[in-house]
Write a protein that binds this ligand. Structure first.
Ligand code: ADP
Ligand code: ADP
Length: 224
């Protein structure tokens, strides 16, 4: 099943093309690496895929639902961790995840269960009562991933989720992302090639706003 279909996504900022004609499809349960150096157009692409930025041209469909025609329905199928995670640092993990669940329209009677499952999946079961501001960066990023999966979305989109973490935290977050692949389609935006090789099934390389490679990790390795 196709969960994400991007067609000719293009974004122009002030006359300059930041992203040009990005097209791809993603299947259920796949982990796709979206690889490129800083400024290549990754965040711009992620924002268009999640409906947070209007494309200048092109379209996004999530499980067949058009993002421009039916934004509410399409967005409900996506979990998103932006590069700057929207954490409310003065809240506890439980309080924040409960709010995230409500924002994602999890019904009142299911919020507690959604929070418990998301914590379990992200290794946060013991952390529910802790203030987010008192957590390490690695645990804060787990909370960022937990809020992205709180409504059990079809598609999870993570923008540079390991930036600024130490090596142990990076390893743990990568393992966590890999595990998400079983249940969700995942798009991992990153500038780190080994991260893609470790975590992803397939990779797309974006360079100066355009896709320059799309294929399996094995083919990528052979080309090196
Ligand atoms: P990446 O996430 O790969 O680092 P971005 O998508 O953030 O790349 O940026 C792609 C290009 O678009 C860069 O040249 C960047 O300067 C430009 N850009 C990004 N956001 C804006 C904006 N809001 N206004 C103008 N230019 C932007
Ligand atoms: P019930 O069986 O009690 O109706 P659901 O299966 O509908 O409960 O789950 C309640 C909530 O828990 C869902 O709305 C969803 O947000 C969340 N949830 C369920 N399964 C998962 C999962 N695998 N990952 C993340 N959240 C989940």
């Amino acid at each position: 099943t196709v969960t994400v279909e991007a067609r000719e996504l293009t974004r122009i900022y002030g006359g300059r093309e930041a992203v040009r004609d990005v097209s791809f499809t993603l299947n259920k349960g796949e982990v796709l690496g979206f690889l490129g150096p800083n400024g290549a157009g990754k965040s711009t692409s992620m924002k268009m895929l999640t409906g947070n930025l209007a494309p200048s041209k092109g379209s996004v469909k999530i499980c067949g639902i058009d993002m421009i025609e039916n934004p509410k329905e399409a967005k409900a199928l996506i979990g998103y961790l932006p590069e700057q995670p929207p954490l409310y640092r003065e809240l506890t993990v439980d309080e924040f995840l409960a709010i995230a669940a409500r924002l994602h329209r999890v019904s009142g009677s299911h919020v507690k269960k959604a929070v418990r499952i998301a914590k379990e999946r992200c290794g946060l079961t013991e952390m529910g009562g802790r203030l987010i501001e008192n957590l390490s960066k690695g645990y804060q990023q787990r909370v960022g991933i937990a809020q992205a999966i709180i409504h059990n979305p079809m598609v999870v989109i993570l923008d540079e989720p390991t930036v600024g973490l130490d090596p142990i935290q990076i390893r743990d977050i990568r393992n966590l992302i890999k595990e998400l692949g079983g249940e969700h389609s995942v798009i991992l935006s990153t500038h780190i090639l080994p991260e893609v090789e470790m975590v992803c099934d397939r990779v797309q390389i974006i360079h100066k706003g355009q896709m320059v490679f799309n294929g399996s990790i094995d083919i990528l390795k052979q080309q090196r």
